[in-house]
Design a protein around this ligand. Structure first.
Ligand code: MLC
Length: 475
């Protein structure tokens, strides 16, 4: 089955049911269906056809949802771009994905005008199968160059079915969605759980910690998906309000970065709920989850989701026994179809059909998995992935810099923040403010080093590799 067939089950059965709250307005599933049909016709009129790529550079909005569903219906491959990216980061994706169209905020009024003139009637079937690619979601590799993970219709459908079952999502749920739709957290989990379960969703343009509590009190959700940084912010909620929110909630889910056990405990004391932590990644959407019933173990990611097979491989290549640490390798219908136009990178990511996650962890004898680190020096800040290599390459292009290394440092709200260690060229002016300003022009805000520390030389091992743990003992 392709995703459109899945979506049609909800659109058919729940046409008159209230589906989406956006910007103070409520839309039924029938209206969502018709809006996306009109949007699909407008995209067709702009020359888009099955297999073409469409890039969107948009904040969360109903139009982003219209466009996504329209792409699914047409068989167009949806390519979301992080709204925080600057030209340098975006142009790589545009040249790699070769989209027929890029939609930014300024295209929206014209597109809506074109769509309004077109019919919202059912579109002909595009003849897609579950194995066709629905989206390319860009994710960086250790090389610092981001690659498009090809996620199929089946990947999204299987993932949503898994989560709906595991987290007991029902049409009666009131779901508050705040993470950005350009990542698989909100796109893969949020949007698809909403559409496949037929629940009611309020979409926020973004999680704003100044207004988040108001949103909870006003919408009275039963279900919320967040990253640890959002839960840290929610700890600032006054106790009476937290209790009121907690009374109406059924489930708080957390992922995209490790949730410190301390935050889980503080949140439980304040809201009366044990956050359910789960583990996923762009290439696989969701893999492992703490159980709905049963122990939600602090610091653990829980048990494999249905049909996800995991083995742990030790550095010597041998499979680990329970209690032994190694790299998590995965198989399952949730695993992506490879990297767009990068057969070598795809080949390097798999061994005998097992996807190498790069995450290091351990399985306890009762089946619970716990992650302890990563093979690469990836930094996760507020749930956004940062590959130090990309920032280092940019810094090394600056004339006053001889050498640079970027490492993560522990941060209470964001989990980690990037810090740059700079070896200035002899005679160069040590102007960190000017350097930061140049970073701001070229890099997404979450990648900008929070500090630029001058050092005499980078600590290297005998092979010349920078020993980042010596730079940043706090992380
Ligand atoms: C953050 N900023 C945004 C933004 N999110 N700007 C526009 N839209 C957004 N969605 C910018 C702010 O402008 C600001 O820039 C900086 O980020 C911090 O904002 P803040 O409001 O002070 O931050 P904070 O309260 O700490 O909250 C940040 C956050 C954000 C939690 C809202 O980090 C976030 O949305 N994270 C979610 C990331 C996510 O969904 N990852 C999933 C990846 S998929 P400046 O210039 O002032 O610094 C994946 C797989 C899986 O990993 O398993 O899920």
């Amino acid at each position: 089955m392709n995703l459109r067939q899945w979506f049609d089950l909800t659109f058919g059965a729940r046409a008159h049911q209230e589906a989406l709250e956006w910007a103070g307005k409520v839309f039924t599933f029938g209206e969502i269906d018709a809006r996306s049909n009109r949007m699909a016709r407008a995209l067709e009129a702009r020359g888009l056809a099955k297999g073409d790529r469409l890039c969107v550079y948009l904040a969360n909005s109903i139009e982003m949802i219209d466009i996504y569903i329209a792409c699914v219906k047409l068989g167009v491959i949806f390519v979301p771009i992080n709204i925080l990216y600057r030209d340098r980061e975006m142009s790589h994706i545009l040249s790699d994905a070769e989209p027929k169209l890029l939609i930014t905020e300024k295209e929206i009024p014209a597109l809506l005008e074109e769509a309004a003139k077109l019919s919202g009637d059912k579109l002909p079937d595009s003849g897609l199968t579950g194995n066709d690619v629905a989206a390319l979601v860009y994710t960086s590799g250790t090389t610092g160059v981001s690659k498009g993970a090809m996620l199929t219709h089946n990947n999204f459908a299987v993932n949503a079915q898994n989560l709906i079952e595991a987290w007991r999502i029902v049409p009666q749920d009131r779901f508050l969605l705040a993470p950005p739709l350009f990542h698989v957290h909100a796109l893969g989990n949020g949007l698809h759980c909403w559409l496949l379960s037929g629940c009611r969703m309020r979409l926020l343009e973004r999680f704003d910690h100044n207004t988040a509590v108001e949103q909870f009190l006003d919408f009275k959700p039963s279900l919320f998906f967040g990253v640890p940084a959002m839960y840290v912010r929610l700890l600032e909620t006054p106790a009476a309000q937290a209790r009121e929110i907690g009374k109406r909630m059924r489930l708080f889910v957390c992922g995209s970065a490790p949730l410190p056990a301390q935050i889980l405990e503080e949140f439980r004391a304040l809201f009366g709920h044990t956050i359910l932590e789960r583990y996923g990644m762009t290439e696989t959407i969701m893999n492992v989850s703490n159980p709905y019933d049963g122990e939600r173990r602090p610091g653990s990611i829980g048990l494999p989701l249905p049909n996800v097979r995991i083995k742990i491989i030790k550095p010597d290549g041998a499979p680990a026994n329970d209690g032994e640490t190694g790299e998590l390798w995965l198989q399952g219908s949730n695993v992506f179809a490879g990297y767009w136009k990068r057969p070598e990178a795809t080949e390097a990511a798999f061994v005998d059909g097992w996807f190498k996650t790069g995450d290091i962890g351990v399985r306890a004898s009762d089946g619970y998995f716990t992650l302890s680190g990563r093979k690469s020096d990836l930094i996760i800040s507020g749930g956004f992935n940062i590959y130090p290599r990309e920032i280092e390459e940019f810094l090394m292009e600056q004339p006053e810099i001889a050498e640079a290394a970027v490492a993560g440092e522990a941060d209470r709200v964001r989990g980690e923040i990037p810090v740059a260690y700079i070896v200035w060229r002899e005679g160069a002016k040590h102007d960190a403010a000017a350097l930061e300003a140049r970073c701001r022009e070229k890099l997404a805000s979450f990648k900008i080093p929070r500090r630029f520390e001058a050092i005499e030389k980078l600590p290297r091992n005998a092979l010349g590799k920078v020993q980042k743990h010596l730079l940043c003992p706090a992380s």
